[in-house]
Design a protein around this ligand. Structure first.
Ligand code: SAT
Ligand code: MN
Length: 652
């Protein structure tokens, strides 16, 4: 029997007394095992505690004790549930309806919470060397951030104790990858954000089917999230509570655990995405012998009807979604989309690399998306979509930079902050990192095999980024090791996807710099070791759609015209003799890139030139980067690749 006397003696007001009494009474009824509508004395307002696997129940209980929510809602993923969450968010002012479309919503965030915060993202291991290579003395490590277990414990206690007081804790069971596929993994996210629930329902397979998998004893990744409405009760923007100053995103690979506080935005809060599918995912993949990568997956059929799949790694906001949904300008080609952001890949028993897209939706950058740049995305996103930080129109629609031609005349616009906007306003209408969150199944060119539990066979891997100078449209790796070197030495202009300011050319190996879950050197060794897993390794390429000419204009039209580059790659996969060696890799032989029907003049000499001065600088920058960031642990194969490149460039 609970100790009621202890409560009555504490000298509290009647109200606190009765609240505490109710609490104890609830706990008591639960302890008797008769009532299942409570957990640790907290009412469960949706879902049944009985359905929870004991391990899940224990995880939820532990965090009820920590976060002290008012109620618990176990998500079932149903439409009814979604509708009630949508209503709640409308009432709270978190989202508004977009009546121009079917079941579409617009969320405006706190302007201090608009992108991933890489500087506040940590991996927690016993030793720093498990997380990041040791940078040169006096140099700040840029390949991830390490936190010691004791410091993490303090950070979590400080932020999470009572952080859900007066609010609801949602329990989201979700699967990354088709439910039940041998390549899929399960997670349980606990969050106090209805926006996160609604978004996770789009981005992952969420709800009842996963609860059933868990009940059968499936393992899960623990994902704890709170927007962090500050304890003093003052919330600057009640429709979007967050705690930007204390935001922190933590990962514990040893426990398959993620803890995220303070932000409701994208990769910071939809924990299945970067936190699970990439950071924790890469550590699981390392252990289990596969690859978790920041890559789109597309299927491409050539005019002969031959179909292949390609995976491609570009940093955030560099056009993965556009490539994944490309409308080829070359006649007879067809592109189908498997995924636009993440690939989980492993070699099957026959040595074929196979990939699944662990996600269920697209969280794509809105600005720049138009009927010209990505008509397929435009056919995907105007139903069942949550837009975040785009501008809105007086006819109940959305607007962003690059969409001008799609807006009817006479329509007025409010910017992402809700202020009246015109093209003279002097600031962008949509936030540059504004997004659409939309179900993948709605994509008119979704690949028929996109949910194949065995994944799709990958024939080629592309690396790329925004390189305004020096880097040709496409080049081919000489072999697997050279390909790994190309991935390791990727650089790209920074974008609005994270907090970096200005257009710096940043090192972004494998487009994974913000997403490595473990030491980059170990990651490189892991990639190199794939050579021993198959005799049929995919070929590796580097592409750059963003090279600019002496006049400052893009040298290549991009978008659908990129099918010409894919065509050349497919012909290489068929062993066509259409490549020639250069110091940096194989580029198309003159005249071998199919430019028939291209409307614009393209200066192929400039587009494919490999300026010696530029490449000497590039080699120097790579050398410096390896010395400063990676140090002695750099795998010997990569060191040799750099040495060989340097020699080839020097003798150009
Ligand atoms: O991490 S997000 O999901 O916010 C988007 C990205 O950076 O790719
Ligand atoms: Mn991404």
């Amino acid at each position: 029997m609970p100790d009621l006397a202890a409560v009555s003696n504490s000298g509290k007001t009647f109200d606190t007394y009765s609240a505490e009494f109710t609490r104890i009474a609830k706990r008591w009824s639960h302890a008797n095992g008769r009532l299942y509508s409570q957990l640790r004395g907290v009412s469960v307002v949706n879902g049944s505690v009985q359905d929870l696997a004991p391990t899940v129940k224990a995880y939820v209980e532990e965090n009820i004790d920590l976060c002290q929510p008012e109620t618990v809602h176990i998500c079932d993923g149903s439409e009814t549930e979604n509708n009630s969450l949508v209503n709640l968010m409308v009432q709270q002012g978190t989202i508004t309806a977009l009546p121009k479309y079917q079941n579409c919503w617009l969320a405006r965030t706190n302007p201090a919470d608009t992108a991933r915060v890489e500087s506040k993202t940590f991996i927690c291991t016993e030793n720093q060397s498990e997380t990041i290579p040791t940078p040169k003395e006096g140099v700040k490590g840029a390949l991830g951030h390490w936190i010691a277990p004791t410091n993490m414990e303090v950070a979590v206690k400080e932020r999470f104790t009572g952080c859900m007081r007066g609010r609801t804790m949602y329990v989201i069971p979700f699967s990354m990858g088709p439910v039940g596929s041998p390549l899929s993994k399960i997670g349980v996210e606990l969050t106090d954000s209805a926006y996160v629930v609604a978004s996770m329902r789009i981005m992952t397979r969420m709800g009842q089917a996963v609860t059933q998998q868990l009940a059968k004893g499936a393992d899960f990744v623990k994902c704890l999230h709170s927007v962090g409405a500050p304890a003093n009760g003052f919330v600057e923007m009640p429709s979007w509570p967050c705690d930007p100053e204390r935001t922190i995103i933590l990962h514990v690979p040893k426990n398959n655990e993620i803890v995220s506080y303070g932000s409701g935005y994208g990769g910071n809060s939809l924990l299945g995405k970067k936190c699970f599918a990439l950071r924790i995912g890469s550590t699981i993949a390392h252990k289990e012998g596969w690859l978790a990568e920041h890559m789109l997956i597309l299927g491409i059929t050539n005019p002969k009807g031959q179909k292949r799949y390609i995976a491609a790694a570009f940093p955030s906001a560099c056009g993965k979604t556009n490539l994944a949904m490309m409308t080829p300008s070359l006649p007879g080609y067809k592109v189908e989309c498997v995924g636009d952001d993440i690939a989980w890949m492993r070699f099957d028993s026959s040595g074929q690399l196979r990939a699944i897209n662990p996600e269920n939706g697209f969280f794509g950058v809105a600005p720049g998306t138009s009927t010209k740049s990505n008509p397929i995305a435009m056919k995907t996103i105007f139903k069942n979509t949550v837009f975040t930080n785009v501008a809105s129109t007086s006819d109940g629609g959305v607007f962003w930079e690059g969409m001008e031609d799609d807006i009817p005349q006479g329509v007025t616009i409010k910017d992402w902050k809700g202020r009246k906007w015109t093209s003279e306003s002097g600031s962008p209408a949509a936030h540059p990192n504004s997004r659409f969150c939309t179900p993948a199944a709605q994509c008119p060119i979704i690949d028929p095999a996109w949910e194949d539990p065995n994944g799709v066979p990958i024939s080629a891997i592309l690396f790329g980024g925004r390189r305004p100078a020096g880097v040709p449209l496409v080049y081919e790796a000489r072999d697997w090791e050279h390909g790994v070197f190309i991935g390791a030495t990727m650089r790209s202009e920074s974008t609005a996807a994270a907090e970096h300011k200005g257009k710096l050319i940043m090192h972004d190996p494998f487009a994974m710099r913000p997403f490595f879950g473990y030491n980059f050197c170990h990651y490189l060794k892991h990639w190199l070791s794939m050579k021993n897993r198959s005799e049929r390794l995919p070929k590796i390429y580097h592409v750059n759609w963003f090279r600019k000419g002496a006049n400052g204009k893009f040298l290549w039209p991009g978008f659908g015209e990129n099918s010409r580059v894919l065509d050349w790659i497919l012909r290489r996969l068929d062993n066509e003799d259409c490549a020639m060696e250069t110091p940096i890799g194989n580029i198309p032989k003159p005249g071998s890139l199919n430019l028939t029907g291209l409307k614009e003049d393209v200066n192929t000499d400039e587009l494919f030139s490999i300026p010696k001065d530029f490449w000497r600088e590039e080699v120097f920058a790579i050398e410096k980067y390896f010395q400063e960031q990676v140090g002695l642990e750099l795998p010997e194969e990569i060191r040799q690749q750099l040495k060989a490149l340097k020699k080839r460039v020097d003798t150009m």
